[in-house]
Write a protein that binds this ligand. Sequence first.
Ligand code: ZN
Length: 103
Amino acid sequence: MDGWNQAERLLKRYNIKWKDITIQHGRAVDSVARQIYAPRPVDARSFAIFCHEVGHILGYDEVGSWNFAIEQARSFGLPVGEVKRAIRVYLFQNAPSLLPHFQ
Ligand SMILES: [Zn+2]
């Protein structure tokens, strides 16, 4: 599945400026203070994580940022089911208490 690499479009859509966030070495890095620990999107998992971190920049909480990732996948015409599965796997490994929000 191509099309996961929507980083530039996503940042542009939410007016997150390249002078504030640049993609370096496969990570989005805020040149001022904060770093987004997210790989450049290449598949459902990395797309979800990248969107999740952008969601935090936009002020969403944990659950809201994962829902934001699902919304972004839908809006880009990407397979939402794959993104939801990737999120569930990620949460199972990293934050199982959030799993009930994503059944
Ligand atoms: Zn988070």
